[in-house]
Design a binder for this molecule. Structure first.
Ligand SMILES: [Cu+2]
Length: 68
């Protein structure tokens, strides 16, 4: 299991936080996505054999936010 932090730009409220969390936790291999509005970041736990950082960032972009 891999843990990584991705910074996210564009989240303004708890609705955004929920969107990002839902989108990420739906990806196969992701076991936990802990999104912080205050810190503008997500702490992800995922299986690197199933998914990767590029796919996770893409999912954040597809949801309408910027992954840095
Ligand atoms: Cu929002």
């Amino acid at each position: 299991m891999q843990t990584t932090v991705i910074n996210i730009k564009g989240m303004t409220c708890m609705g955004c936080v929920r969107s990002v969390k839902n989108v990420l936790e739906r990806i196969p291999g992701v076991s936990n996505a802990d999104v912080s509005l205050e810190d503008a970041q997500v702490t992800l736990q995922y299986d690197a054999a199933i998914t990767g950082i590029d796919q996770l960032k893409q999912a954040i972009k597809d949801a309408g936010f910027e992954a840095i």
